[in-house]
Design a binder for this molecule. Structure first.
Ligand SMILES: C[S@@+](CC[C@H](N)C(=O)[O-])C[C@H]1O[C@@H](n2cnc3c(N)ncnc32)[C@H](O)[C@@H]1O
Length: 205
């Protein structure tokens, strides 16, 4: 075997994540018609919640953009808090302020509360707990790791979008698993969804 194939094999092994295989796909009751790379992932949320007996009270989302995932998640929780700067980032196609426009678009979903904030300001000194968290901010290692680690330590399950399309996100998710010792799965469709589950959740089932 050549040196290149050996290196490729090492890289593949280091970035391997066990695949999540949903038993059932369920359409959420709330759906928003806006552009989003998240489309399709809404079908596996109920499966993740049901299989791990996750509470349905509080969900936090970091990275709302136009609201597609927030609205999908609002089908499953009493309350969804969406945190976003609402100005886009270096990876989003849309740049420019759109907080009020997003608020208006989501007015039909009163269980979604939007907070215009950088995740760093939101998590600083914040000890709130959530049943479920979603991280879909700028797809850099540093931000995904920092925001994702806080989310993992403050909720039972955290999902991360773009584990297939952004190697930095995948690396950050693998490192959060190493730091916390939690379980990690990857759903490889729709650009990839990393799923981190606090092991203590399993003891409750
Ligand atoms: C990929 S989009 C989110 C897509 C959305 N989840 C959906 O359903 O289509 C990423 C969003 O993260 C936000 N964002 C990037 N960096 C952030 C930060 N440091 N704090 C808060 N939001 C951030 C951007 O403004 C952008 O709206």
């Amino acid at each position: 075997m050549g040196i290149l194939s050996i290196i490729k094999q090492i890289v593949r092994r280091k970035s391997y994540i066990k695949e999540y295989m949903p038993l059932r796909l369920t359409e959420p009751t709330h759906k928003l018609e806006v552009a989003s790379a998240w489309k399709g992932l809404e079908l596996i949320i109920k499966d993740i919640l049901d299989r791990h007996h996750i509470g349905r009270d509080r969900c936090i989302e970091f990275g709302v953009e136009f609201g597609y995932s927030a609205v999908s998640l609002s089908s499953f929780f009493n309350e969804v808090i969406g945190v976003d700067t609402f100005v886009g980032d270096c990876h989003t196609a849309h740049k420019g302020e759109h907080c009020e426009a997003t608020r208006e678009r989501l007015v039909a979903y009163p269980n979604i509360q939007l907070i215009k904030s950088d995740y760093r300001d939101f998590i600083e000194g914040n000890d709130s707990r959530f049943d479920f968290a979603h991280v879909d901010i700028v797809h850099n290692y540093k931000e995904t790791y920092e925001c994702g680690l806080w989310a993992a330590l403050h909720s039972d399950v955290v999902i991360f979008h773009d584990t297939e399309s952004f190697p930095e996100v995948r690396r950050a998710v693998i490192d959060i698993k190493k730091t916390t010792g939690y379980l990690l799965y990857n759903y490889p469709f729709h650009h990839g969804l990393g799923i981190i589950i606090d092991r203590r959740v399993l003891d409750r089932s």
